[in-house]
Design a protein around this ligand. Structure first.
Ligand SMILES: [Zn+2]
Length: 372
């Protein structure tokens, strides 16, 4: 696998840094007042999972160099991710090693106005100087929609006095082209953006608390291994679960809470129906907090009828613990019912798959269709 043509160019009010990775042009665009690193390590990080899939040598055919520290840590990253995902293979890297020059004095964090990013901002408010917002990483919206979102985040971050750094990239398409899977590659993508910006420190907001940790693209075991001699990349402390994070945000400011966007469906508002919206609305209901971030609220009766999918069960267990802690008995009973329903459905699904060739599901679909 060959990385070549690492280059930069100015496009209107942006600077684009790009490289050819086996002929595929991977690019990142930043506001043009920023100074960016023109080195190999951002593209080595971006290519990490693609190279891991094939196990082929990752070679930089360019005069650009890479940080000795990150090259040394590639072995550890391969070991950790290879343990979690058994089809990943070790690969060698061919590039000239050289320590990067001094970084900027920025302290950055990634930010999209959601619970994790807001909590990290609040808990490191005095330290963080810049917030990085990326289009083309886990979602891709039109330039017009991106501008609207940037303005929204600028308004949201204004009381904190932080500068938003809007970043555009085609990493999402690159990742999809190679069939890697975002839940593995997103940490490498965040690292590539941080390595281009070269702040003194870049904080990665947590997705899971220590209680719920699992193999994932961003993780306390791996995030710091993307660091170089001049840029420390750190995973934020994962001591709080999501309900407590929402509570801290609500305590900080009603205006900040009203700007919260957690939705899977939209990047600039909450639909109020997806799993992420419902999860946050349950927390707000338990806390007894009203916010204009959501139209309406959820009742315990509504929650009792839910049946969260298996991979969402840990977050509902967090909600249940939170309801118990807060003494909300009706929501406690509703969440217990939802979790029981989820477990029962999972058992039936597994039995149907293993012994009945999915005949229960086929019958259910047949009756549902005829009933309609
Ligand atoms: Zn939603």
């Amino acid at each position: 696998m060959i990385i070549s043509n690492i280059t930069s160019r100015k496009i209107e009010n942006q600077i684009e840094v790009s490289a050819l990775i086996d002929g595929y042009k991977l690019w990142y665009r930043f506001p043009d007042h920023l100074s960016l690193a023109l080195s190999a390590e951002p593209f080595l990080a971006a290519s990490f999972f693609v190279a891991s899939q094939s196990g082929t040598t990752l070679e930089v055919q360019d005069s650009k160099t890479a940080s000795p520290r990150i090259l040394e840590n590639f072995k550890r990253l391969q070991c950790i991710f290879g343990t979690w995902k058994s089809d990943l293979r070790p690969f060698t890297v061919k590039v000239q090693a050289e320590e990067p020059r001094a970084a900027s004095d920025m302290i950055c964090s990634f930010f999209s106005g959601g619970v994790d990013g807001l909590y990290t901002l609040i808990s490191h408010e005095t330290e963080i100087s810049h917030l990085i917002y990326i289009n083309g990483f886990d979602f891709h919206v039109s330039p017009e929609e991106f501008s609207v979102n940037v303005q929204r985040l600028e308004n949201l971050s204004a009381p904190f006095g932080k500068e938003i750094i809007p970043v555009e990239t085609n990493f999402y398409d690159f990742d999809k082209f190679h069939g890697v899977g975002r839940h593995w590659s997103h940490g490498a993508c965040l690292a590539s953006v941080a390595l281009l910006l070269q702040p003194a420190k870049c904080i990665v907001p947590t997705s899971y608390s220590y209680r719920d940790l699992r193999p994932w693209g961003t993780h306390p075991l791996t995030d710091h291994l993307w660091s170089t001699e001049v840029t420390e990349i750190v995973h934020d402390t994962a001591d709080l679960e999501r309900p407590e994070k929402v509570e801290r945000i609500a305590e900080r400011s009603q205006a900040v809470l009203d700007s919260l966007v957690v939705c899977w469906k939209y990047s600039d508002r909450n639909c109020g129906h997806c799993l992420k919206c419902i999860r946050t609305m349950i927390i707000l209901k338990i806390l007894g907090i009203n916010t204009s971030a959501f139209k309406g609220s959820v009742s315990a009766e509504y929650v009792a009828k839910l049946s969260p999918p298996a991979d969402y069960r840990p977050s509902y267990e967090d909600l249940l613990r939170f309801a118990i802690d807060k003494g909300d008995e009706s929501m406690e009973k509703a969440l217990q019912k939802a979790l029981s329903s989820s477990v029962a459905k999972n058992i039936i699904r597994e039995f149907d798959d293993k012994y009945l060739n999915q005949s229960i599901r086929s019958s259910f679909r047949y009756f549902k269709k005829n009933k309609a």
